[in-house]
Design a protein around this ligand. Sequence first.
Ligand SMILES: [Zn+2]
Length: 157
Amino acid sequence: MLCEICGDNEAEFIVLVEGAKLPVCHGCSKFGKVLVSLASQRRAEEAAAGEKKYARTQPEFDLVEDYAEKIKNARMKTGFSVEDFAKKIAEKKAFLEKIESGHAKPPEGLALKLQKELGIKLLEEVSDSISPAGSSSSKGVTLGDIVFLKKKKKGDE
Ligand SMILES: [Zn+2]
């Protein structure tokens, strides 16, 4: 959304100008009374969306780095050839070979099956290391500006 006054910059605020609510850029916000800071609104929306997405996510699992070696060693301990083992777990021999050589990653279902069959640990729970959305991004509007605008708005009312 572009500034309604200059038309050059991305609108950052909704201001009241002579009774009309207009989206305007930072520079043009001085022409009217700032009602809403779009940047802070957007951040709030992003944060809400992020939280929602998070609430729905189940614990994620990641393959251990040395999965290929682990599978191969464990499979050899069982005495099965790749071919026999592939048959046992109903997978394609070529795919199993690729996995054991590290050229393919077993999908989660297969990894779970291998864990069970071979008694090894292939999946690790991924710790969520997500930083809060929009914590460091500022698009022209600093936190100081927002606090200032909020104060100003309050004072006007
Ligand atoms: Zn403008």
